[in-house]
Design a protein around this ligand. Structure first.
Ligand code: SAM
Length: 392
């Protein structure tokens, strides 16, 4: 027996659905079409004009300074900012209507989850200021705000708003492409690797944890996050999928798991959202938690040194415009050095692109692991990952 689908309890009406479809298209237009147009404007108009005056920018900060007063950049930024905010606002009314039913479901899941997973919340956990002090990437209330007992609304807003954000069909199963890509890559690269336990740090609603159930069916799955509403949602959603996943409310900088408890530790879109000091703590914690032969693999934004000045200007936009203040400082770090500082030997550390499994498939992945195929750029068919393998 499976739990009902928590996502289906949220029933947008006709107008809300139309609004969500519009917002998806608006955001896609900003992030894809206008991204191209903006680069074109810089390369064909702004840069040549600066170069003719002997002022060609030499780094991304110079490009940003030059673009800030340009109408193309101002229009792009306004549209992208508003489209981002509207993704989450567009799901809020239907989430509010569904809240009583969703709360009943998360209570049912907490009392007895037929899939065998668990939920361990810690009401005494001190939320890090970097989570609680702002609406990260413009999600009102982010992952943690609670207005009633057993509140799960922020889980639904993040999960469903995320679907509007990526232009995903509302009824598509919500399994994450990053978990799928990292899992497929690890399995192909390390044949015979059989993780006993897998941990996803900063799991939010568990989307990128659940794919490991199919890839490593013997493994016990764990997801941690600091936000209670997202964990309630994650636990109910995993229960609906029939996946036994164990969610606990913990700070990834210092967890209560014993040394060497995990064989595979993963994260996605997590480290750029926390201060570099916290990232150092998280990576040290990964090193402590990994058993012999264990692997830590974090999917992240490409670091500043690995892409050109224009791309750095593009990626760092979020620092000032999207409530993600640590973007620039995180990207300025060198991932291999961060891992070595955390305790991995230089030979154990890695940092490179891997192919997106959903769009490139298993044959390309095999070619990639054999060194016969280069993964596409981050976000365009590839994902940047870094981490360490203990004693391999
Ligand atoms: C962008 S989200 C991650 C998305 C998710 N991994 C995915 O792939 O769908 C970042 C998450 O990290 C969590 N987080 C931030 N700081 C944390 C910490 N110190 N320990 C655990 N989780 C943390 C936030 O609550 C948030 O849910």
């Amino acid at each position: 027996m499976r739990l009902p689908d928590i996502e289906k309890l949220v029933r947008p009406n006709h107008d809300e659905r139309a609004r969500q479809g519009f917002v998806s298209m608006l955001r896609k237009h900003a992030i894809i079409d206008m991204r191209r147009a903006l680069k074109d404007d810089y390369q064909t108009r702004v840069e040549p004009a600066l170069a003719s005056r002997g002022q060609r920018p030499t780094d991304w900060r110079g490009i940003e300074a030059a673009m800030q007063s340009e109408p193309s950049y101002r229009f792009y930024s306004s549209l992208r900012y508003n489209a981002q905010e509207m993704c989450y606002l567009s799901v809020q009314p239907a989430v509010e209507r569904a809240l009583p039913e969703m709360i009943d479901l998360v209570r049912e899941a907490a009392a007895s989850n037929p899939a065998g997973g668990s939920l361990r919340l810690d009401p005494g956990l001190e939320l890090p200021r970097y989570v609680a002090a702002l609406d990260v990437h413009l999600v009102p209330g982010w992952v943690h705000q609670e207005h009633t007992v057993d509140d799960v609304s922020q889980g639904a807003v993040v999960a469903l708003g995320g679907k509007v954000f990526t232009g995903q069909h509302p009824f598509r199963r919500n399994l994450g492409v990053i978990g799928e890509s990292i899992g497929a890559w690890v399995k192909e690269k390390y044949p015979g690797f059989k993780p006993r336990r897998i941990l996803d740090m900063g799991t939010t609603t568990g989307k990128n944890l659940l794919p490991y159930a199919a890839i490593f069916p013997e493994a016990e799955l764990h997801g941690i996050d600091v936000g209670a509403p997202v964990l309630r949602y994650a636990h109910a959603a995993a229960g609906h999928e029939g996946i036994a996943a164990h969610f606990s409310q913990q700070n990834a900088e210092h967890t209560d798991f014993p040394d060497g408890y995990f064989d595979l530790i993963v994260s996605s879109f997590f480290l750029h959202e926390i201060p570099v000091k916290a990232t150092r703590n998280v990576l040290r914690e990964c090193h402590r938690l990994l058993g012999p032969g264990g692997i830590a693999c974090h999917m992240e934004l490409p670091d500043e040194a690995s892409v050109d000045a224009y791309e750095n200007f593009f990626w760092n936009w979020d620092t000032y415009n999207n409530n993600e203040p640590y973007y620039t400082s995180f990207r300025a770090e060198k991932p291999l050095e961060l891992c070595a500082e955390a305790g991995f030997t230089p030979a154990e550390c890695f940092a490179h692109l891997i192919p997106d499994f959903a769009s490139t498939g298993s044959e390309k992945l095999r070619q990639f692991v054999r060194g016969e195929y280069a993964a596409p750029p981050h976000g365009s068919g590839g994902w940047f990952v870094f981490g360490g393998v203990r004693g391999r």
